[in-house]
Write a protein that binds this ligand. Structure first.
Ligand code: SF4
Length: 332
């Protein structure tokens, strides 16, 4: 482990410190950590205990993030750490997100950037657990990566304050942001957060130069409700109907054992959403289903066909439909 790195975005409040990185705004007493478990008050200063601490590293298809409109078919070096500022009871990655004493290995930003270049990656994806609470390390890696012409991708719950988000947006090329529910009471009960800051983040990112896609995990008994799904669809459509929306199927995990999401419900949501949004995708379902393909919203030609993580680019010309020329908002 490298020496501790002082955290960004905090204030002194007598003997405790106030972290301003995310909307929890934790007041952290000496010797304690904030809600995320990894930003700690040591001797009256706030430190990140996970700078460079990597729990998972792999070359992944960009489709796994999921990003379907950002360099489709490419591979990206993906890294993750431990800790999270949410507490989703169904978390698929709970071993690293909800536990802070899991094994990790220190990698310098220089090492990560070199590994990305050697593996012919398009860039670096900060993913697996919550990268926003890894802020200092993500910024250092992203800055170096940018200098080398690499892309930076964040897969995130969107729970961050405006000031650090603005700083990140200088360096981040694409984000997939979770919109876990459209009910503030669900965010309070299940994620231990709030809805409004997540909507703020999505709006800010959508208005920035950063490419954005959204994901909603449809969880049995939590948000598998057509009115709630309709509210999400209407909200995204009002923001920008060209933002791709991934609806992902839940399977039991961690502390949540309700049955897997009803697949027919997923398809009904898809049918409803595709009336108002240009790009809707069902994820975590059987490979090769047409709801994984990218179709041109204008002429309905299949532009990109997908089966699992296998990608067949059929009809795409510099981000435009090869049949009718419609701009598909695909970065290539
Ligand atoms: S980043 Fe961690 S310590 Fe800081 S406010 Fe959020 S949960 Fe609290």
């Amino acid at each position: 482990m490298k020496e501790l790195v002082e955290a960004r975005y905090y204030d002194f409040e007598g003997k405790r410190v106030r972290c301003r990185l995310c909307p929890h705004m934790c007041g952290v007493n000496e010797g304690k950590a904030g809600i995320c478990g990894i930003r700690k008050n040591i001797g009256g200063k706030l430190y990140t205990t996970i700078y460079g601490e990597v729990t998972s590293i792999a070359m992944d298809p960009i489709e796994k993030k999921p990003l379907y409109h950002f360099y489709p078919g490419s591979g990206i070096l993906s890294i993750g750490t431990k800790g999270c500022n949410f507490a989703c009871p169904y978390c698929q990655n709970w071993r690293i997100s909800q536990e802070t004493d899991v094994p990790s290995e220190y990698y310098s930003p220089e090492y990560i950037v070199r590994a990305a270049i050697q593996n012919k990656s398009i860039g670096i994806a900060y993913t697996y657990s919550e990268p926003l609470i890894w802020f200092e390390y993500v910024m250092d890696c992203a800055r170096l990566a940018k200098k080398e012409g690499l892309k930076n991708v964040l897969v995130t719950n969107g729970y961050v304050n405006r000031e650090p988000l603005t700083e990140l947006l200088e360096l981040i090329d694409a984000m997939n942001i979770d919109l876990k529910s459209f009910r503030d009471e669900t965010y309070k009960k299940e994620q231990k957060g709030r809805l409004a800051p997540v909507l703020d983040t999505i709006t800010t990112v959508a208005h920035a130069r950063c490419h954005v896609e959204l994901t909603t995990l449809v969880v049995t008994g939590m948000n598998d409700d057509m009115q709630e799904m309709t509210d999400i669809i209407d909200w995204i459509a009002a923001l920008d109907r060209a933002i791709p929306w991934h609806i992902s199927r839940y399977h039991p995990s961690y502390n949540y054992d309700a049955p897997s999401t009803d697949i027919q419900f997923m398809y009904r949501v898809y049918e409803k959403a595709i009336q108002k949004l240009d790009y809707v995708y069902c994820g975590n379902i059987a490979s090769g289903h047409e709801t994984s393909d990218t179709k041109c919203p204008s002429c309905r030609a299949t532009v990109i066909a997908r089966s699992g993580y296998a990608v067949e680019i059929r009809n795409l010309n510099n981000g435009k439909c090869g049949s009718c020329g419609y701009d598909l908002a695909v970065r290539q």
